[in-house]
Design a binder for this molecule. Structure first.
Ligand SMILES: [Zn+2]
Ligand SMILES: [Zn+2]
Length: 364
């Protein structure tokens, strides 16, 4: 079966035939219907984040279960599923504290063993998922069965971007009705965060991006105001929009020092800054020590939207089926597996919300 395989950091991924390992007692085999192209995939390709290589890219997918292991009881062949890249152990300190997204064993399955044989070497599944391929084999605990009424090309987005963006607002930031929210970065996760703010009943949702074309998509996802950061100082513009006060919540969905500082500067005194973008391990950011105390702002990191996939993905499915979450608005392009590198180029240019790879073999 075909997979988009990354052999070396900084080189283009290659579509090639790989052979999946057999399904173990606790595993399931999934025929992918769709895979999102997430910024993290590009960061791994470009060396900003580490991964074992060669690996099949992709960690945001949905498909149909085609085979289950002998010990699997809670998912059946034919089930429509969303893939999760965290497999919580339910036993570690974080799991017991209700933080499965921080599970110390959550990514163990991705490093346990290669999952396929490639043309020249064993292949690893990126983040245990490897969704940029026609099929994958994952632990049963890495799939969340969903209502088949939701088209799988939209459901794929729930596995990373939407869980992350909506969860950051509803769970990490815990936005209340009537509050003001700034989202810095209008890619797929940023737009999902705006939709989360709309769900939470935020009174004002301010979108900021350096690519003016992204701001129209922001309006479609609930932004009430948009700021083009190529022409305007963000913190000053936010202050203008909020009677000089700043926003209750600033969410940074870029992962760069300058945008983190701009988000911090845009939050009101006592406000909350939620960091969603995955930045580089070799970059740092500095804050004025007096401001950190005297402005009494809270800075919180948000991993996977503080989501517990088996609990939260069915809720997101329900919201989508009821029209309260507009997943279609998050898809900017539907592409084939051979177009992955084009999708990375568009992402690097800041264009479009989400490219979604649709696999032709799957009609669901
Ligand atoms: Zn992702
Ligand atoms: Zn755990």
């Amino acid at each position: 079966m075909k997979a988009a395989v990354l052999h070396e950091v900084g080189t283009p991924s290659v579509v090639e035939d790989i052979t999946l390992r057999d399904v173990g007692p606790d595993d399931v085999r999934v025929r992918l219907a769709a895979s999102g192209v997430c910024h993290t995939d590009m960061s791994i390709r470009d060396g900003g984040l580490p991964s074992l290589l060669p690996c099949t890219l992709g960690h945001e997918g949905a498909g149909v279960v085609t085979e289950i292991g002998s010990a699997v009881t809670d998912v059946a062949v034919g089930a429509h599923v969303v893939l999760s890249w965290i497999v919580a152990c339910r036993q570690c300190l974080h799991c017991l504290r209700g933080e499965p997204y921080l599970c110390v064993h959550g990514l163990d399955h991705s490093y346990a063993a290669p999952y396929a044989e490639g043309e020249h070497a064993p292949v690893w599944p990126l983040m245990g998922v490897g969704s940029m391929a026609e099929e994958t084999v994952v632990p049963a605990a890495a799939v969340v069965p969903i209502d088949p009424a939701l088209p799988l090309d939209l459901a794929a987005l729930l596995g990373c971007g939407v869980a992350t963006g909506v969860g950051a607002v509803l769970r990490t930031a815990d936005v209340s009705a009537g509050e003001t929210v700034l989202v810095v970065g209008c890619g797929g996760v940023g737009l999902a965060a705006m939709q989360g703010a709309r769900l939470a009943g935020a009174a004002r949702i301010i979108a900021a991006d350096r690519v003016a074309g992204q701001l129209a998509a922001a309006t479609a996802s609930g932004a009430t105001d948009v700021i083009d950061t190529t022409t305007t100082d963000l913190a000053a513009a936010v202050r203008d929009l909020t009677d000089g006060v700043g926003v209750d919540h600033a969410l940074e969905v870029v992962g760069k020092p300058e945008t983190i500082l701009a988000a911090y500067g845009s939050a009101r005194r006592g406000g909350k800054v939620t960091l969603v973008g995955a930045g580089r391990a070799d970059q740092s950011v500095g804050f004025g020590v007096l401001s950190l105390m005297a402005d009494a702002k809270t800075i919180a990191g948000s991993v996977y939207g503080a989501t517990d996939p088996p609990r939260d993905i069915p809720v997101l499915v329900d919201l989508a089926l009821r029209g309260r979450l507009d997943l279609a608005a998050l898809v900017s392009r539907r592409i084939g597996l051979a177009d992955v590198e084009d999708a990375f180029a568009a992402m690097a240019a800041g264009q479009g919300a989400r490219s979604v790879i649709v696999f032709e073999a799957s009609t669901n």
